[in-house]
Write a protein that binds this ligand. Structure first.
Ligand SMILES: Cc1ncc(COP(=O)(O)O)c(C=O)c1O
Length: 376
């Protein structure tokens, strides 16, 4: 028998755990702050939804002024297209027949849909399918900023741009360059030097595209870690930041322009609640959040509540975690709830069906993580 309960109006401390809660005031504040920042620099925001995987949050970002939403996968784009959102950008190449079919179905519903390409054969294949369907697909050339993940090497990009531009089923719109490997460099100054180095190279390509008469009205890139760095690049038209909506221990632990050891500008709206299920030890308790509730990547999660610099979370397998403290210094009862900042927000959100939306510690609403599991 399934017990269904409406949790609205209930204190967050009474929720069934492990669960994810989102402080709605902080979320709204972060969305406003990022939008105001890019607008002040004459840029646009094209936030990445791979972080929150929630179309309601994507809608909030659009209402706040975003020019479109980024997703990583076609299956995520399908959710946004179905919810009526226009101009979604898929930031990874779409190469297989089945995915191209799904992409074209999305394009039929949203002619503004965009995708990146980093390979001429893929461009040809996308073109052939678009022509066959009587459609025209918006395309950005994806530049590889030395990561070796996706993207075309800078020097090969003008040729790829020319070949995309020559294909009747494709509409070249510009370039993408996302330097993911610099986003978490701890030192702000080192991050700035690394990011500006790559983004300058990408800006050179934009200038080259213009010289060659190739359309380049969009140069999209950047993330939360370089949000106050990349706006110095005049050619950059929009920022793709994603993590600022949720935040995590990994991001909060890097330096910012204001503070060398803490990324203070975006407080964490997202936290995880977990309950004590074993208190038989003098130096630790076992909690109900392990690998299946807290993704193990990036930094170590840390305990926000109850507050103590001495509490340390460690994973104890699939279902369990351990919160340790110096012997005899803390006492927890069975069922006590602890609040944690998660290690890495994107893959942790992907583990849950819903986000409990909280104001003043009370559940106001329950939002579906409707792009959860959409990794195809
Ligand atoms: C292509 C792309 N753009 C933007 C982002 C968002 O970056 P961040 O979460 O650091 O803000 C990501 C994240 O992985 C990404 O892969």
């Amino acid at each position: 028998m399934t017990e269904r309960r409406d949790w609205r109006g209930v204190s967050k401390w009474k929720l069934d755990t492990p669960c994810l809660v989102v402080d709605q005031d902080k979320l709204e504040r972060n969305i406003r702050a990022m939008q105001a920042h890019v607008t002040a620099f004459g840029k646009k925001l094209r936030p990445h939804a791979k972080t929150h995987k929630c179309s309601r949050i994507a809608m909030m970002q659009m209402e706040a002024g975003a020019v479109g939403i980024c997703v990583a996968k076609v299956s995520e784009a399908e959710v946004l297209v179905r919810s009526g959102l226009k101009g979604t950008l898929i930031t990874s190449p779409v190469v297989t027949d089945f995915k191209i079919l799904k992409l074209m179905n999305c394009l039929a519903l949203d002619p503004e849909l965009m995708v990146v390409v980093d390979n001429p054969r893929n461009a040809q294949k996308l073109n052939d399918e678009a022509v066959r369907r009587g459609l025209r697909l918006n395309v950005l050339v994806d530049l590889d900023p030395g990561m070796g993940r996706t993207g075309v090497p800078f020097e090969e990009s003008p040729a790829l741009g020319r070949s995309v531009h020559s294909l009747p089923g494709l509409r070249l719109r510009g370039v993408q360059c996302y330097a993911g490997h610099v986003q978490h460099i701890a030192s702000f100054d080192e991050r700035m030097a690394a990011s500006l180095g790559w983004m300058e190279k990408a800006a050179n390509i934009v200038r080259r595209f213009r010289k060659d008469g190739l359309p380049s009205e969009i140069f999209t890139g950047s993330g939360t870690g370089t949000w106050e760095i990349d706006n110095r690049i005049p050619e950059l038209t929009d920022l793709q930041a994603g993590s600022y909506t949720m935040m995590d221990a990994e991001y909060l632990g890097i330096g910012s322009s204001e503070n060398p050891s803490h990324f203070a500008e975006f407080p964490a709206p997202l936290t995880l609640l977990t309950s004590v299920i074993n208190n038989n030890h003098a130096d630790h308790v076992t909690v109900d959040a392990g690998l299946k509730a807290l993704y193990r990547d990036g930094a170590t999660p840390y305990v926000l509540h109850p507050p103590s610099a001495e509490f340390e979370y460690t994973w104890r397998g699939d279902e369990h975690g351990q919160v340790s403290f110096p012997r005899g210094t803390a006492r927890f009862e069975l069922g006590d709830v602890l609040e944690l900042v998660v290690s890495h927000c994107d893959p942790t959100v992907n583990l849950f069906d819903v986000l409990f939306m909280i104001r003043n510690e009370v559940v106001k609403d329950i939002w579906s993580v409707d792009m959860r599991g959409k990794c195809m």
